[in-house]
Design a protein around this ligand. Structure first.
Ligand code: PLP
Length: 403
């Protein structure tokens, strides 16, 4: 699929420092955008720009239709039951903050507990710590084993009568571990506890089905799945979204306002105060159309092949240590090379046109568990090739010889 697909992403033809072809392996941070996404957004600005849900005029109705059709594209992508369950947000971070804040306000009292895991991104830690500061809730943490898997036995032991919610990532943005989310949900539901899944790193790589998982909330970011920045999604079962209060106040989210009493809008608008990024929702819908047309199972197979190839190549190199990658892991590999500092390695690879991530990857507690300050992370997307893995390996070899 690659040659034809790569042409859809103009940025991939760039030369870095006017010299090296770009080898973009920082896809877990953000993915590049295909023409189909950028052009759809440009066309909307040129031809159908007007504020949504407010106007009787032609353009406003057209913009509203586009926006609401996009919501249905997201619904289908996640296999949600209804568009009432699809809330547009700015991204995973905002979606998690919304749940922590609103669910916390409605259902958590001082001393109540949330279960997280040791491999969470900061957005799924700090949001709960803000609630902790406001409402004196407790954070309980599922540990991981030395292979980077959740300790499911420990998970079961964390439940007690104060447990109110479980909030865990679908896929680790550092280790590539794919967590057994259906099992996590099943156990939580046995205790009558709802589950939020952070899908920032799963939606770009394989089919996600919120009904099959039976999760209560699911968050993801458009920009990690070939869509624009500034838009993301919170899926929530209606039974929960109905029962939690709004996140922000403003236009769109109300039915009637008076100084004495305000009534809130129906789902999902109750959670969408202010003018939404209706052009970004179009971009997101075109991105989801794009990956769906290729086929999520084809994307998954391609990325699994690349990841396995990269692991095999890195495994043959002296001094390379890969952190906790599973055979069924996702398209993310974190590693270290001898005593070379991750920042030095990343900087020198960049000089060869190879873009990787270095640092703690917004997962400092996980870094502490791994006993490192940071790692180098290569993460793959549908447009990456084996030749790019070879370039990474050659680049590492070159840097290794310099040290
Ligand atoms: N959760 C995970 C697992 C992530 O990898 C990221 C981003 O790297 C986020 C949450 C936050 O996503 P965003 O910055 O798009 O809100």
């Amino acid at each position: 699929m690659n040659e034809q697909v790569r042409e859809d992403f103009p940025i991939l033809a760039r030369r870095i420092y006017d010299k090296y072809p770009l080898v973009y392996l920082d896809n877990a941070a953000t993915t590049q955008k295909p023409r189909q996404v950028v052009e759809a957004m440009t066309q909307e600005y040129y031809n159908a720009n007007a504020n949504v849900h407010r106007g009787v005029h032609f353009l406003s109705q057209q913009a509203t239709e586009l926006h609401e059709e996009s919501r249905d594209v997201v619904r289908r992508f996640l296999n949600a039951r209804s568009t009432s369950e699809i809330v547009f947000t700015r991204g995973t971070t905002e979606s998690i903050n919304l749940v922590a804040s609103c669910y916390g306000q409605a259902f958590m009292k001082p001393g109540d507990e949330v279960i997280l895991s040791e491999m969470e991104h900061h957005s799924n830690i700090v949001s709960w710590q803000l609630l902790q500061a406001r409402q004196d809730i407790r954070l309980r943490v599922i540990p991981i084993d030395d292979q980077g898997r959740l300790r499911m036995d420990e998970y079961e032991r964390l439940f007690n009568e104060r447990t109110r919610i479980v909030s865990v990532t679908h896929v680790s943005n550092v280790l590539g571990t794919v967590n057994p989310v259906a099992e996590i949900v099943r156990i939580a539901h046995q205790h009558g506890v709802p589950v939020l899944i952070d899908g920032a790193q799963s939606t770009p790589h394989f089919t996600v089905d919120v009904q099959a998982m039976d999760c209560d909330f699911f968050a993801f970011s458009g920009h990690k799945v070939y869509g624009p920045t500034g838009i993301g999604v919170l899926y929530g079962k209606e039974q929960w979204l109905d029962r939690i209060p709004p996140y922000m106040g403003g236009g769109e989210m109300i039915k009637n306002v008076s100084f004495e009493r305000t009534t809130f809008n129906d789902l999902p608008y109750k959670f969408e105060a202010g003018t939404p990024d209706y052009v970004a929702s179009t971009g997101l819908a075109r991105a989801l159309d794009y990956v769906s047309a290729i086929g999520m199972s084809r994307i998954e197979a391609h990325e699994r092949d690349l990841t396995a190839y990269a692991l095999q190549q890195l495994g043959n190199m002296p001094g390379v240590h890969v952190f906790g990658h599973q055979p069924q892991g996702d398209a993310v590999i974190s590693f270290r090379v001898g005593n070379i500092h991750h920042l030095d390695l990343g900087t020198l690879l960049d000089r060869l046109g190879i873009a990787v991530r270095t640092g703690h990857h917004c997962a400092e507690p996980l870094m502490r568990r791994l006993g490192v300050e940071g790692t180098v992370r290569a993460s793959f997307a549908l447009y990456n090739t084996r030749a790019e893995v070879d370039a990474l390996v050659a680049g590492i070899e070159r840097v290794r010889k310099m040290f």
